[in-house]
Design a protein around this ligand. Structure first.
Ligand code: SF4
Ligand code: SF4
Length: 192
């Protein structure tokens, strides 16, 4: 079992444990009248999680320029962009599809192998930015698109080992999962 697969299993286990703990706590202790203040506290925590991201920075490994993953094919993204989807518009203005999965595998083999082993590679499409230079530089770094600036936009994303935000992920992943689980549970219990 490789390191990434171990990470996936430990992340799933961690989330399951957090979800159970939060479900027990919320269902036994929280009343409907508490919900608004709990959601406000969670918003504060969420802001703190993303403020902590500012302590870390991109180290220019180029991995996210060389491998972007989407559940949508290039044609689907083009249709979404035509229909006004801002993310899709930015995405297709930056990335082009890899010819095949073997090209993508050269960039982040552990990730692709993990998707394959989980059988989750069927509806996943792999892209790259043709602008990134051989020494992993963005030719227009100061004006890079917003989705490039935002990567990684959450701490539960799989990150290559080389990513400068891996330490941020390690620092806040559990709190982020806790918030995420609480929102799901509150929504289920009180907004039926
Ligand atoms: S535009 Fe620049 S930062 Fe964005 S993917 Fe391309 S090379 Fe990387
Ligand atoms: S994977 Fe992380 S460190 Fe590497 S280029 Fe992207 S944001 Fe920067």
């Amino acid at each position: 079992m490789d390191e990434l697969e171990k990470n996936l299993i430990s992340m799933k286990d961690k989330y399951e444990k957090i979800f159970q703990e939060q479900a027990e706590y919320i269902s036994s202790k929280v009343k409907k009248s508490d919900v608004n203040s709990i959601l406000e506290d969670m918003e504060v925590k969420q802001r703190e999680i993303f403020e902590k991201r500012n302590r870390y920075s991109c180290v220019g490994c180029g991995a996210c320029c060389r491998l972007a993953i989407s559940e949508f094919s290039y044609d689907e993204l083009k249709t979404k962009a035509k229909n006004g989807d801002n993310f899709a518009t930015q995405f297709i203005s930056i990335f082009v599809p890899y010819k095949d999965i073997s090209e993508a595998k050269k960039i982040f083999p552990e990730y692709i192998e993990l998707l394959e082993s989980q059988n989750e590679n069927k509806n996943v499409y792999f892209y790259h930015c043709p602008k990134v230079t051989q020494n992993n530089r963005c030719p227009d770094y100061e004006n890079r698109p917003q989705i490039c600036r935002d990567f990684p936009d959450n701490p539960i994303a799989f990150l290559p080992k080389t990513c400068g935000f891996s330490a941020w992920k390690n620092e806040v992943e559990e709190d982020y999962m806790k918030n995420y689980a609480s929102v799901e549970i509150i929504d289920y219990l009180f907004n039926e």
